[in-house]
Design a protein around this ligand. Sequence first.
Ligand code: ADP
Ligand code: MG
Length: 360
Amino acid sequence: MTDDIIGRYESVSKSYGGLTVVKDLDLDIRRGEFLSLLGPSGSGKTTTLMMLAGLQSPSSGHIFLNGRPIDGIPPHRRNIGVVFQNYALFPHMTIAENLAYPLKARRLPKPEIARRVQRGLEMVKLHAFAQRRPTELSGGQQQRVALARALVFEPSVVLLDEPLGALDRQLRETMQLELKQLHRETGVTMVYVTHDQAEAMTMSDRVAVFNDGKLLQCAPPREIYDRPESAFVAEFVGENNRLVGTIVASGEDGCTVKTDTGLVIRSRPQPGLAVGASVFVYLRPERVLVGPAAASCENRYVVEVADAIFLGDHTRLRIDLPGNPNFTVKHNFFGDARPPGPADRIEFGWTTRAPQVVAT
Ligand code: ADP
Ligand code: MG
């Protein structure tokens, strides 16, 4: 394990009774990164986090922190900060006392505790609230206290389990920015659980996508978006059009898919997929080009527009494509004298780099 890897799951599984909820997980956590665990409810994200925190233990496999196995180390000795959706502040203590709690538990000298509490309060801009109790703060403020409390003892990793889930949308977006800023300022490694793909995409250095207890892909947001390796990831993250087909040619110069409805689609090389493989071809609505822009595309079709919805910054076209009656295109027609509407025939297409081809 190298120095830039702070944590590692090695063949980790977790079962409750006969049900395996985390399946043979291999995952590295890089020092200083913001790593999101993304997946639908019940996909095993919280369980994965709890095992690192020491609040659950693996049924098999091992977890390492700073190069050492942590199997026998109790939660409070792992030097990990945790923040949950329900803030779990101590209601009978003031904000300052809440922040001091983990420092007292670690028997830090009094002046050092005072210094760190002060700094923690400033970090989340709550120094004016030091003597209040949690119930006298708003939800967002309480969550900032929880965050500061997870950071004051300078943990090597902070684990956050849907910490913004209970906040309304606007506050959630503000808190996302604050959290990212805290991450930059402190440089602390953060592992963040969310079921919200937009949140994971905007905040993370890397996103680990889970489904049904399995880690499907772990990569930077851009790669997750542009190069999903499975149908699940392609459909869970962002919007995608799906076509079903078979590989009819595959080589170093590219790959050709014939859809079940007879469309021929050329894509970049797909080394993992051989002729005869059943595949899904995904196309992001914004990667589909319309009109003159499509002229130079290797994949080009003329079709009838089924529907056009003007949304200000772009127009959504629905195209009744053979094999996908709801094929969606996002395009802006700035400068066009008359944007296309229902029943217009248009030329559209995409480059060979646009299709994401994955095994069914
Ligand atoms: P997520 O955080 O992705 O929603 P969880 O890790 O909480 O998923 O849960 C994964 C699965 O494990 C779910 O099916 C859940 O019901 C089950 N599970 C979680 N904790 C327990 C437990 N203590 N006992 C039994 N089943 C559990
Ligand atoms: Mg959960």
